[in-house]
Design a protein around this ligand. Structure first.
Ligand code: ES4
Ligand code: ZN
Length: 320
């Protein structure tokens, strides 16, 4: 563990659902889990790729039913993040993953938002909420959910794009991102996690995103690296996630040092910490151990997170 004051910019709230809490919420909501016990559940946290993780992630979130459930997981994350040194968190949630299970948009959004509203006072962590759309579902559905979020005046600062990447390029979501831009929302997208560099180009040129989630495959395309470096496009990298989802063989093989060396604006994030073996302090600690990162390099990573955050200048200066 290594606590550095930083901003966490790539975090799925549903990916913070720890095994113990899955059992607790199942009991509270009278849900029969398909696992014999905690050990049986824990045995399933071995993934071969993104999809094998997503199958467990979508299945486990079925225990989230009430506004209190969403508020509780959010508070649990904020408490743990504060202990990790996180002082600002931009949190993604997947509304469609709840809507398809019959959970109302108000229930999931208001639950998460109510916990975020008390975060600065309770944990010293400022926050922003980002609605992420599932790229393996129809873009028309995403657009409809965005309209509903706008109609209910949901307290979101932006939109994202996540779930199964390969075969679901950014180009399908142009109308969603145009609507978000018109509504004054910030725009980010997962790209170049499992998908090719072309998806990163599309996210930049067709969706107009201001940050790329992951982006590690950009290194396969020199022109793309030059573009990302020249514009200092933030890349929210998640080292332990990439190892656990087999995007890289081991942490030693992770491209983060190469990305820093190419002048890219990279920061360190936990993605789905309950599934990937640690929070942002664990990511920093294992990076330092593996690569022997200097205090300067670690400070650069933390400062990159702060300069890439969607916050007012005054808060940014307080975080730096
Ligand atoms: C995700 Cl690691 C990752 N990639 C894409 N979509 C996701 N949703 C939650 N975690
Ligand atoms: Zn992610």
């Amino acid at each position: 563990m290594l606590q550095l004051p930083s901003a966490e910019l790539h975090l799925h709230i549903e990916g913070t659902l720890e095994p113990e809490l899955i059992f607790e919420l199942a009991e509270r909501n009278g849900i029969a889990l398909p696992y014999a016990d905690l050990a049986d559940l824990r045995d399933r946290y071995e993934f071969t790729d993104l999809q094998s993780f997503l199958d467990l992630y979508y299945s486990n979130m079925d225990v989230l039913r009430t506004e209190a459930d969403f508020a509780d997981i959010t508070r649990a994350y904020l408490r743990r993040a504060a202990a990790a040194g996180v002082r600002h968190a931009e949190i993604m949630m997947d509304p469609q993953a709840h809507l398809v299970r019959g959970v109302a948009l108000e229930t999931c959004v208001n639950g998460v938002a109510s916990a975020l509203a008390g975060s600065e006072a309770e944990f010293g962590v400022s926050t922003g909420l980002i609605a992420a759309f599932l790229r393996d579902r129809p873009a028309g559905e995403a657009l409809q959910v965005l309209e509903e979020l706008l109609a209910m005046d949901a307290p979101i600062i932006g939109i994202g794009l996540d779930s199964a990447e390969v075969g679901h390029p950014p180009s399908g979501f142009v109308a969603v991102y145009e609507r978000a831009r018109a509504a004054g929302l910030r725009r980010i997208a997962h790209a170049g996690e499992e998908g090719p560099p072309e998806y990163v180009w599309e996210a930049l040129d067709l969706l107009g995103v201001e940050r790329i989630d992951h982006g590690i495959r950009c290194l396969e395309d020199d022109a793309l690296v030059e573009r990302l470096a020249a514009e200092q496009v933030p890349l929210t990298v998640c080292p332990l996630s990439n190892v656990r989802l087999r995007a890289v063989d081991t942490l030693k093989d992770h491209p983060l040092p190469a990305m820093l060396a190419r002048g890219l604006n990279v920061c360190v994030n936990s993605d789905d910490p309950a599934y990937f073996g640690g929070y942002v302090d664990d990511n920093f600690g294992q990076l330092r151990e593996t690569f022997g990162l200097s205090a300067d390099e670690l400070a650069t990573l933390a400062a990159n997170s702060v300069r890439s955050a969607f916050v007012a200048q005054q808060r940014r200066e307080a975080l730096l």
